[in-house]
Design a protein around this ligand. Structure first.
Ligand code: MG
Length: 157
């Protein structure tokens, strides 16, 4: 078994959708970035790639690549699953925490677990998701951005 860690931050902006863990969440702000800026899915991908020592998402999916403009991060996660499989690994389990001041994340967690596990071909029971606020402190507390942490365990097939 091997373990990886992923971390990501994206800026909040008006006029863009908020997508977390592959789920579109109604909110007056969304996350800005080259892809759909799904900060949770990006942290999960880095945790998986890191567990296999296969680099990071910037290496596999370079920002600025026109093919990736606005792409769903679930599509990228599916590709990460294929990359892991080709390297001889399968997902053991994933645990992730979203840090966001607003909106309430809890009502969407089950949908996120279903979306992420669907993209990876694992069970929703292999994916844990927590959410917390930043107690109004720092850039997250000022609602300028959101962050996500993830750890992943992978196993040799
Ligand atoms: Mg990112």
């Amino acid at each position: 078994m091997r373990i990886g860690l992923g971390y990501d931050v994206h800026r909040l902006a008006e006029g863009v959708p908020l997508v977390l863990g592959g789920v579109r969440i109604p909110h007056f702000q969304g996350l800005a970035g080259w892809s759909d800026a799904d900060v949770l899915t990006h942290a999960v991908m880095d945790a998986l790639l890191g567990a296999a020592a296969l680099g990071d998402i910037g290496k596999h999916f370079p920002p600025g690549d026109p093919e990736l403009k606005g792409i769903s991060s679930l599509v990228l996660l599916e590709r990460v699953g294929v990359i892991l499989g080709e390297a001889g690994y399968k997902v053991g389990n994933i645990d992730a925490t979203i840090v966001a001041e607003r909106p309430k994340i809890a009502p969407h967690v089950e949908s996120m677990r279903a979306a992420l596990s669907g993209a990876l071909g694992c069970s929703p029971g292999d994916i844990g998701i927590q959410a917390t606020t930043s107690e109004k402190l720092g850039f997250i507390g000022r609602e300028e951005g959101m962050a996500a942490w993830a750890v992943a365990a992978i196993e040799k097939i």
